[in-house]
Design a protein around this ligand. Structure first.
Ligand SMILES: NC(=O)c1ccc[n+]([C@@H]2O[C@H](COP(=O)([O-])OP(=O)(O)OC[C@H]3O[C@@H](n4cnc5c(N)ncnc54)[C@H](O)[C@@H]3O)[C@@H](O)[C@H]2O)c1
Length: 278
């Protein structure tokens, strides 16, 4: 080895454009703001009325450009048009993050309806596929880019009573690997980030439907080795790293952000239908 060593470049998104689905809330919103803090201009797609606009306004207050798009990430026409609009306003997309996701009704395999299964797969898997496909078209021409999909600890392992969701999040791991191989020689990376329990409006909404939501949250925190659940910022930090040029040696990976829970084997609890049977 000879020659001068380049100094470490640091984590910067100056001059870059990011496209983020589900950017109106939770992990997607925090990721949009984090990438803007690091210099990116950001397009946000969300299906909740006003949510993408609110994030776009927050991004503009940081001095970056933003585009707000409203629609369903599981719908092909919506995603194709959203990429076209983002490109025409902000320029070519360097980073695409598929954060939009739904839990569905929840429930074990023996109570799961076809409607629930298809809705969850339609948003979580078809939506991520459409983002990866549309991002890849522009990135491979430029031989540069990063695509990040939001899987879950429920993709790496399974959680009882969340059949549709666990199936969808597991599918994303191989979606990312297959796309990573297809794009590797184009120097486009595709990775999954896999959060454990993260305190977002998605989680808060779920807990609010349960009589003992506060206790459940406390027990989630206690069961994680770090003694806490994750924050949206914890997850946005991992996304910002893996989508940046300093991580361009990582592709086809599933990166846990799990407060250590994946390191243990002793967190099993009986599912409600077993506990109820005594
Ligand atoms: N919160 C957690 O504990 C957790 C853990 C692991 C993985 N995840 C994953 O992280 C991602 C973000 O979750 P979150 O907790 O921030 O959720 P959130 O509900 O707070 O935010 C998700 C956003 O996505 C939008 N969205 C949902 N479906 C959409 C669709 N079809 N089209 C466009 N927008 C849509 C929602 O309107 C919302 O603004 C999801 O994929 C979720 O499965 C979350």
């Amino acid at each position: 080895m000879s020659g001068a060593r380049e100094p470490f470049p640091g984590l910067s998104y100056h001059g870059k454009v990011a496209f983020i689905t589900g950017g109106g809330s939770g992990i997607g919103r925090e990721t949009a703001l984090t990438l803007a803090d690091l210099g990116a201009d950001v397009a946000v797609l969300d299906w909740t009325a006003g949510a993408a606009d609110e994030t776009a306004q927050a991004i503009r207050r940081t001095g970056r450009e933003a585009v707000a798009l409203t629609g369903d990430t599981g719908d092909e026409k919506t995603v194709v048009e959203a990429f076209a609009t983002a490109r025409s306003v902000l320029g070519e997309i360097d980073v695409a993050v598929a954060c939009a996701g739904v839990l569905g009704a929840g429930g074990p395999v023996f109570e799961t309806s076809v409607e629930d299964f298809e809705q969850v797969m339609g948003v979580n898997v078809r939506g991520s596929f459409l983002v990866a496909r549309e991002a890849a078209k522009g990135m491979r021409k430029r031989r540069s880019g990063a695509i990040v999909l939001l899987s879950s600890l429920d993709g790496l392992q399974a959680e009882h009573g969340m059949f549709s969701y666990c199936t969808s999040k597991g599918a994303l791991l191989n979606l990312a690997r297959a796309a990573a191989l297809d794009l590797a020689r184009d120097r486009v990376t595709v990775n999954c980030v896999c959060p454990s329990v993260t305190h977002t409006p998605l989680l808060a909404g779920r807990l609010a439907t349960l009589p003992d939501g506060d206790e459940i949250l406390a027990s989630y925190a206690a069961r994680h080795p770090l003694g806490r659940v994750l924050t949206p910022r914890d997850i946005a930090a991992a996304i910002a790293f893996v989508a940046s040029p300093i991580a361009n040696g990582i592709t086809g990976a599933a990166i846990p952000v799990d407060a250590g829970i994946g390191a243990t084997w002793d967190n099993y609890r009986d599912p409600p239908w077993v506990a109820a049977a005594g």
